[in-house]
Design a protein around this ligand. Structure first.
Ligand SMILES: [Zn+2]
Ligand SMILES: [Zn+2]
Length: 76
């Protein structure tokens, strides 16, 4: 996605024009539209790295029956 924003870089804190990188995960959560994704805003100098953890909202009903509720989805 080619949108830009301005603010502090996620990695170095430098304030300026930022690139946006999304990391996608094959779980249909309640916090994102479709599969779970992490949005990282970063400057041109920083190499993006996948965050080591993420918070995710999932309904407990889905969690009790992940296969029947189609909790998992294929991402490209
Ligand atoms: Zn940076
Ligand atoms: Zn999510």
């Amino acid at each position: 996605m080619g949108d830009m924003s301005v603010g502090p870089c996620y990695y170095c804190g430098h304030i300026g024009p930022l690139n946006i990188t999304y990391y996608n995960y094959p779980i249909v959560c309640n916090c994102c539209d479709g599969n779970h994704k992490i949005r990282i805003e970063h400057c041109n100098n920083c190499k993006t790295e996948q965050p080591i953890q993420t918070k995710i909202w999932i309904s407990t009903e889905k969690l009790l029956d992940p296969v029947g509720e189609n909790l998992f989805v294929k991402i490209s």
